[in-house]
Design a protein around this ligand. Structure first.
Ligand code: GTP
Ligand code: MG
Length: 340
C-alpha cells in the first residue's frame, strides 16, 4: 500500500483492520473476517483505534514501514494468509528507498494506491499548488511500471482508492476526481497495458475534520460503511488467483523470481481474473462452474484447495463488482452489471 504523506494510510489500515476483525457480511451473505497472525503487530493499531474512538485523536504521521500479517476466513473457514505492507508517504519521494520498494513490489499480489480527496478537490477546483506532490506519486508509479517492463514482468492488479471521500461536496466532484485519476494515471488505465485495475473511494465517517490533531465530525468505523473493505477485498481477490495459479502449477510459482515462467503465469492470472469477472457480470454461470471442474481434473489432489479458493472468489465478487469501477486495458469491465 502506497500513498503520499497524509493520504490516510494509517487511518485506513487502523479502521479497516479493526472493522474486518469483527467480520464483514459480503453481498452473498457469507461473513469474511481478518485476524492478526501476530498479536504484537495488532497492538499499535489497537492503540490508534482506541485513540480515535475514545480520545478523538487522529493518529500521528508514520516514518517507518509497517508490515501486518493476516489470516482470513470465510464463514469461519480459514482461507488465505497474506501480508499488508504500509510504506511511509515520505519513501515515495526518497530515492534511497526505491530499490527496496521495487524488489518487494515484484513479489506482491496486488498494489493499493491511496490518494486523498482533499488533494483531488484542489485540482478539480483549479488550484495547482499541490501539483508537484501529485506529480511525484505519478512519477513513482511510472518508474515502478517501467521497472516491471524492463524485467519483462507483468504489473500486478492495482486499486486506486480515494480516501477522505466525505470531503467531496457532491457526486459531481467524485466523478471529476475519478476522471482526473484515470487521466493522470494513464499508465495504469491505458489501452494495451494489460493491467487489471480498480477505482473506488473510501471514508471513515461524515463531515470529518482535523482540528489540531483532534477529530471533529462523525467517525463511523463499521465494516459496511464507507467502502472500507473494498481495497483489501480487491487485493485478496487478486491474491486468490495467484494462489490458484500456484496450486495449478504444482507450487512452482511461489519459488519463481522474475522468470519467463512466472511472467506467463501472471499473464494467465490477469486474463483469468478478467474472463472470470466478465462471465460473472454477464451471468454465464455454467462457464464459471466448468472452469473450476476442469481445473480440478487436471491437478491430482488439488481439488479441495481449488474448490475452497473458488468459494472465496465467488463470495468476494459481488461486493467487489458493486463497490469498484473495474478496468482492464483501460476498458471498463463492470457497467450496468447483472450478477448471478
Ligand atoms: N475527512 C476525512 N479526513 C481523513 C479521513 N481519513 C484520514 N483523514 C485525515 O488525513 C490525515 C492523515 O491521515 P494518515 O492516515 O495519518 O495519513 P498517512 O497516509 O498514514 O500519512 P504518513 O504516515 O505521513 O505517510 C488524518 O490526520 C486526518 O486529518 C477520512 O476518512 N475523512
Ligand atoms: Mg501513516
Amino acid at each position: 500500500m502506497i500513498g503520499l504523506r497524509g493520504s490516510g494510510k494509517t487511518c485506513f489500515t487502523t479502521a479497516m483492520t479493526m472493522a474486518m476483525n469483527s467480520g464483514i457480511k459480503l453481498d452473498d451473505g457469507s461473513v469474511f473476517n481478518l485476524s492478526f497472525a501476530d498479536l504484537q503487530q495488532m497492538a499499535p493499531l489497537m492503540n490508534a483505534y482506541m485513540g480515535m474512538t475514545n480520545d478523538r485523536n487522529w493518529p500521528a504521521s508514520t516514518d517507518a514501514k509497517n508490515s501486518y500479517d493476516f489470516n482470513s476466513s470465510l464463514s469461519l473457514r480459514r482461507v488465505l494468509s497474506f501480508t499488508l505492507l504500509d510504506y511511509p508517504g515520505g519513501w515515495l519521494t526518497d530515492p534511497n528507498h526505491m530499490s527496496e520498494m521495487l524488489q518487494e513490489f515484484n513479489e506482491c499480489a496486488s498494489i493499493i494506491v491511496l490518494v486523498g480527496a482533499d488533494m483531488l478537490r484542489q485540482f478539480i477546483h483549479g488550484n495547482m499548488g499541490l501539483y508537484p506532490y501529485f506529480s511525484m506519486l505519478q512519477q513513482f508509479t511510472q518508474n515502478v511500471i517501467s521497472e516491471f517492463d524492463k524485467e519483462g514482468s507483468v504489473f500486478p492488479p492495482t486499486i486506486i482508492a480515494i480516501t477522505k471521500s466525505d470531503e467531496f461536496a457532491n457526486e459531481g466532484e467524485i466523478k471529476q476526481a475519478y476522471d482526473f485519476l484515470k487521466q493522470r494515471f494513464a499508465a495504469i488505465f491505458a489501452v494495451g497495458t494489460n493491467i487489471v485495475s480498480g477505482l473506488t473511494h473510501i471514508q471513515l465517517g461524515n463531515n470529518l475534520k482535523n482540528n489540531e490533531a483532534k477529530i471533529e465530525g462523525d467517525l463511523i468505523l463499521k465494516p459496511e460503511f464507507g467502502n472500507l473493505s473494498i481495497p483489501i477485498l480487491f487485493s485478496l481477490y487478486a491474491s486468490t488467483f495467484t494462489n490458484r495459479e500456484n496450486v495449478i502449477s504444482g507450487g512452482k510459482i511461489a519459488g519463481l523470481k522474475l522468470t519467463e515462467a512466472k511472467k506467463t503465469l501472471l499473464e494467465s492470472q490477469n486474463q483469468n481474473i478478467i474472463k472470470r469477472l466478465r462471465d460473472r457480470i454477464s451471468g454465464r454461470q455454467k462457464r464459471i462452474e466448468e472452469t473450476v471442474i476442469d481445473m480440478s481434473r487436471t491437478v491430482e489432489g488439488a481439488k479441495e484447495q481449488l474448490s475452497n479458493l473458488s468459494k472465496v472468489i465467488h463470495s468476494i465478487e459481488p461486493t467487489l463488482i458493486n463497490g469498484t469501477e473495474l478496468y482492464y486495458n483501460g476498458e471498463r469491465i463492470n457497467n450496468g452489471e447483472r450478477i448471478n
